[in-house]
Ligand binder design. Structure first.
Ligand SMILES: [Zn+2]
Length: 146
């Protein structure tokens, strides 16, 4: 007789699955996804059913680059109530080669060392566990030379 286990192996889940697609069960490998419009050639962040630029439904999903350039940032010194990370932290706007901006926390960088034009890489982080003990994964930016 086969004994069934109640403890299913826990996996990693993306907190924002329409933008961050995980490529492994541990949440260590993932990619940002965008939507490419056949009619106006606009690329937008996330998997969309229609183009946010021209409303066409002739769209397809496209993987986005894991590297970009920091084009704007702010140093957050007073975080929102549910923020459980360190303060101050850097919120960075990153321009991808596809021509779209993606905003996320910039980590492994001192607020005194951040600058516009910095090369950054995508990185994944576990932020919590859901009710099924799955790891909840978000993306952040990290300086390319760190
Ligand atoms: Zn369009």
């Amino acid at each position: 007789m086969t004994k069934l286990s109640n403890s299913a192996s826990n996996i990693a889940v993306s907190v924002i699955p329409h933008i961050l697609k995980l490529l492994d069960l541990n949440g260590r490998i993932g990619i940002l996804q965008g939507t490419n419009c056949t009619d106006c050639n606009a690329i937008s962040i996330g998997v969309n059913r229609y183009c946010p630029n021209c409303t066409s439904q002739n769209v397809s999903t496209q993987d986005l680059s894991k590297k970009g350039i920091l084009t704007n940032y702010t140093i957050v010194r007073r975080a929102a109530n549910l923020w459980n990370g360190p303060v101050p932290y850097i919120l960075g706007e990153v321009l991808l080669p596809e021509g779209i901006n993606v905003t996320a926390e910039l980590i492994n960088c001192s607020p005194t060392k951040v600058y516009e034009g910095m090369k950054v890489d995508l990185t994944l982080h576990k932020v919590a566990q859901d009710k099924n003990n799955n790891s909840m994964i978000v993306f952040k930016w990290i300086p390319s030379d760190s």
